[in-house]
Write a protein that binds this ligand. Structure first.
Ligand code: ATP
Length: 362
């Protein structure tokens, strides 16, 4: 019997719908030819929806996301639409908290032909994954920080429960990558344990999980040194795991190493749900011009297939995830159909067509 998966689709704001369109088209074509089915259910949320209705994430959209097999979420938020306290509309953060999506997975991969500011020595390969804890840390008091005339405070919170889940996930991912020949099986805990007690606590929980994986290597690094090493010797990393705000900053550095936000995918994964979305925002400066690079969204779709296939023991879907990633990488390596952010003149839809052609769907 054909296995069907319900996918909740949030098209988002700005360039969001433009990059979602080719992504859904590609995923639907792959499913059809590989013998499984994906039912896409587009649900409203975001800044434009808030401006229209006063609601940024309707309860029905949240319910659809919760019950879906996976959530595809495009870029959300607009600088011109804000809540009364001045903060931007960000349903993606509400989803992370409501669905306890503690593991923010940000792969950083530089493949042949990819534009990068780095000089990568012969024989070195940059292919690591940054895991950003996504529900607590310095984002714990997001929106409720105390601000008086002379004083402003936010609270960093690290819990044993979430940290244990996070580190278990990180070591699981390192083991999976090792089994696929993608890394040596090393997890680096990125913190500031030399200065803050909260990070010493974080590191202790990491060490306890590390002790359960004698077949994998565990390492520690301070966040400031990590920023330096991501530029100087990024090929040394395999899986990195860190606190929410540190991860927020380092993941943009990772995207920069990959040649820009247009090619940086991500996933926010919990025990029961997962959201797949590009690292970038809604890019209102280029919205409506057909210039947006959909690759980060398409690669996030590939991560979704990998996650669904692994979770449901469906090899066809897992294989499609790898095929889709390889197809995007091949389009980049060919270098003839690229959007302006990667130095080309192609339009968003051209990238979708090039990826489909690469997959053999013309
Ligand atoms: P947020 O805080 O919501 O993540 P941001 O302030 O980091 O957003 P983005 O919307 O990510 O900003 O845009 C940053 C820059 O990168 C802009 O100049 C934008 O045009 C460019 N950019 C982002 N995504 C893409 C994309 N998919 N294709 C081309 N350019 C992009």
């Amino acid at each position: 019997m054909t296995q069907n998966f319900d996918i909740a689709v949030f098209e988002g704001d700005g360039i969001g719908p433009e990059i979602m369109r080719p992504t859904v088209k590609i995923l639907a074509a792959m499913a059809q030819s590989s013998g499984y089915s994906l039912s896409f259910n587009t649900v409203p949320a975001g800044a434009a929806h808030y401006a229209e209705t006063g609601e940024s994430l309707p309860a029905a959209s949240m319910a659809a996301a919760k019950s879906a097999d996976a959530i595809l979420l495009s870029a959300m938020g607009l600088p011109s639409v804000r809540y009364e306290d001045g903060t931007e509309i960000s349903p993606q953060i509400d989803l992370r908290k409501a669905l306890t999506l503690f593991a923010g997975v940000r792969p950083v991969r530089i493949f042949p032909g990819q534009k990068t500011p780095l000089n990568i020595p012969e024989g070195r390969e940059v292919d690591f994954v940054l895991i950003r804890e996504s529900t607590e840390g310095l984002f714990y008091t997001q929106g409720t920080g105390e601000v008086t005339e002379d004083d402003a405070r936010e609270t960093l919170r690290i819990t044993r429960d979430i940290s244990e889940k996070l580190f278990k996930f990180a070591f699981g991912l390192a083991a999976e990558r090792k089994s696929k020949g993608r890394g040596p099986g090393k997890v680096t805990c990125v913190d500031k344990a030399n200065v803050f007690r909260a990070f010493a606590f974080f590191r202790d929980i990491f060490d306890a999980e590390a002790a359960r994986h004698p077949d994998l290597r565990a390492d520690h690094a301070y966040v400031d040194a990590t920023a330096l090493w991501m530029v100087q010797k990024p090929w040394d990393f395999d899986v990195m795991v860190t606190e929410n705000m540190f991860g927020d900053i380092l993941s943009d550095l990772g995207a920069g190493l990959m040649g820009g936000l247009g090619v940086a995918p991500s996933a926010d994964i919990g025990l029961d749900n997962a959201v797949f979305q590009p690292c970038h925002g809604s890019a209102p400066d280029i919205a409506g011009q057909g210039k947006a690079n959909p690759m980060a969204m398409i690669l996030s779709g590939a991560m979704m297939l990998d996650w669904l296939g692994t979770r449901h023991n469906n090899d066809a879907i897992t294989r499609d995830g790898a095929r889709l990633q390889a197809a995007v990488e091949q389009v980049i390596a060919d270098g003839t159909v690229l959007t302006p952010d990667l130095g080309g003149a192609a339009q968003t839809e051209d990238i979708g067509a090039a990826v489909l052609a690469q997959l053999g769907h013309v």
